[in-house]
Design a binder for this molecule. Sequence first.
Ligand SMILES: Cc1cc2nc3c(=O)[nH]c(=O)nc-3n(C[C@H](O)[C@H](O)[C@H](O)COP(=O)(O)OP(=O)(O)OC[C@H]3O[C@@H](n4cnc5c(N)ncnc54)[C@H](O)[C@@H]3O)c2cc1C
Length: 293
Amino acid sequence: MLQYKKYYMPESKEDFFRVMESMETEFDIISGGTDLYAKERDAFYGIETVIDISKIAELSDIELKDGSIVIGANTRIQQFLEKQELIDGVPLMRHAASYFADQQIREIATVGGNLANSSPTGDMIPPLLAMDAVIHTIRKNENKICTRDIAISDFIQGVGKNVLVKGEIIHSITCPVLDGYGCAFKKVGLRRSLCISVVNSAFLVKLDETNRYFKDVRIAFGGIGPRPVRVREIEERLKRSVVSKDIIQEMVNYIPADIVESRSRKEYRKTVVKNFLLAGIYESLAEIGIMPE
Ligand SMILES: Cc1cc2nc3c(=O)[nH]c(=O)nc-3n(C[C@H](O)[C@H](O)[C@H](O)COP(=O)(O)OP(=O)(O)OC[C@H]3O[C@@H](n4cnc5c(N)ncnc54)[C@H](O)[C@@H]3O)c2cc1C
């Protein structure tokens, strides 16, 4: 387990940049530390200093604004299960959080850390992708604190890679409040509890005012390639279709042949994608009281 010799805990973004600018050697940044601490086998792997951003108050803010909810990067996964604004505003994140680790980890792991870690199987990422979330970052440039807004679809570049530059941190994430949608999250891993996903997926489904036609469908998969993906082919086919068991079943034929890019367990992952696709749509519909015939 990783250990540091120098530990800084700034309480504001101004303090954070001040501490960062005073650094003369390499340093790490952590929030919950559940990914970074666990990663290194060597207690001292060369980096002796860490800046812990978990006490920067504004990174924990949660705010409803113009039909959206702005979620601070330091929002802990457990909060998606407990905080009413989050349960009401982003119910899909609650579904994902309920599959995330155990309560001990959820109490310290953050949504910002999950995004920044950019694992292909990060459980909070497919829901954010399905919602078309926007990531807001801060960094210091020419003595000024600058902000940047990045669409989630542009954020992750590959396994553990994202567009953050050195010294830039995630400040918050904006998600639209999607009223009237049913949603679902599916995950499979190598064991029953405390498991890291092999494949995960997020679903959002809305029907028109007659409750007969699909109005909007969003489907995102993780764990099948270097970065999570939306399945636009199927989303578009379902939109404006009559809701029926037949049309849902038919979608299996439109799963892109190359959807699974991962080389390991390829056939298994393809089977999971097919089964999750069906289960995710049915579960989302059930959440809004619809049982297709
Ligand atoms: C036992 C165990 C079980 C787990 N189970 C799951 C699971 O079920 N699903 C899942 O998805 N993950 C799981 N994880 C992984 C981990 O808990 C998550 O990825 C978590 O969300 C990371 O958040 P953190 O705040 O702890 O990140 P940290 O460990 O603090 O940081 C992770 C990385 O993100 C960077 N970072 C953190 N915050 C920011 C920020 N605001 N801006 C820029 N960079 C930042 C850090 O520099 C570091 O590189 C598990 C981990 C453990 C140890």
